[in-house]
Design a protein around this ligand. Structure first.
Ligand SMILES: Nc1ncnc2c1ncn2[C@@H]1O[C@H](COP(=O)(O)OP(=O)(O)OP(=O)(O)O)[C@@H](O)[C@H]1O
Length: 283
């Protein structure tokens, strides 16, 4: 379907500006998506997606099931190449880049369905995230030359430091697949952080967590942002988490942005209530 013919969702007036927090306004955004869109055959899954994220912002992407949220993550991380539009990461156009390349450029993500190496230890899962930064060569690795041991020690120390964010150092030698569900979700975040991102994408980080685990997760997301001075964009259906820690929220419905705003603005937006919050409520 051509662009002019595409049925358009009636848009409520949304502020033209994005919601860069006060402390980030004098710096360029870490991410800018402009007119981003993707079609799957005849289906326009995402259209005219515009968003800017401040360098230390915690931003939320919400919307009903099938609204296009995960597709946006897949576009940002180049699982899909966009049909239209531009993505700038720290001002650099990511057109034509691969998932691995955009990860090296600074985007890391977790998945809706946990994707760990279940048979490897917790520590090794984190080290996989670190591998971009390990500098020993193939021969040093094969013959266990001094350079290998030095880099291994650095990787071990860094893995333990990252695990300590979630107080998981004591689990380092456990098999990842044997961890309780909540701990596996936390490990995924640690592994994403190990790639040294400037923007962390979290796809439903609180899914399957009980209220006390979710409350702890909220504290930890804020702690991660404060410690690493990075931006976080999260998809979440748990409104207590979204409204509790997100500074800017973007609402998608049928692939289109229907509102952007602060938690208060989103909570009180009639279009959002009709499309989403009215049915989901303040969970
Ligand atoms: N690879 C694909 N091929 C065809 N259609 C797709 C593909 N990926 C996503 N879609 C479609 O795009 C739309 C948006 O899906 P998406 O998974 O992004 O929604 P979502 O907002 O993340 O939903 P949920 O909250 O249920 O996870 C859906 O209609 C989905 O079926």
């Amino acid at each position: 379907m051509g662009r002019a013919e595409r049925p358009r969702t009636k848009l409520v007036p949304v502020p033209a500006t994005n919601f860069i927090p006060e402390r980030d306004v004098d710096k360029s955004p870490i991410l800018e998506a402009r007119h981003l869109g993707i079609d799957f055959g005849g289906l326009t899954a995402v259209n005219e997606f515009d968003m800017a994220i401040g360098r230390t912002e915690i931003a939320g992407l919400i919307g009903p099931n099938g609204a296009g949220k995960t597709t946006v993550f897949n576009l940002l991380t180049k699982v899909y190449q966009p049909t239209r539009g531009t993505i700038l990461l720290d001002g650099v156009d990511t057109a034509g880049k691969t998932t691995v390349q955009v990860n090296k450029m600074g985007i890391a993500r977790t998945f809706q369905n946990i994707r760990l190496f279940n048979n490897l230890s917790v520590e090794d899962n984190v080290k996989i995230g670190l591998h971009n930064h390990i500098k020993y060569g193939m021969w040093q690795g094969i013959f266990r030359l001094p350079g290998y041991w030095k880099e291994e020690k650095i990787a071990h120390d860094r893995a333990m430091e990252l695990l300590s964010i979630f107080d998981m150092q004591d689990l380092a030698s456990h098999q990842a697949g044997s961890l309780p569900y909540g701990a596996q979700r936390r490990l995924e975040i640690v592994r994403a952080l190990a790639t040294n991102p400037s923007l962390l994408l979290l796809d439903e980080p609180a899914a399957g967590m009980n209220p006390s685990e979710t409350a702890e997760l909220m504290d930890n997301i804020v702690k991660i942002r404060d410690t690493f001075q990075i931006a976080v964009l999260l998809i979440e259906h748990d409104m207590s988490l979204v409204m509790g820690i997100c500074e800017g929220i973007c609402v998608l419905n049928f692939g289109q942005i229907i509102a952007k705003g602060t938690p208060d603005e989103i909570r009180n937006n009639p279009e959002v209530i009709k499309a989403y919050l009215g049915t989901k409520g303040e969970e």
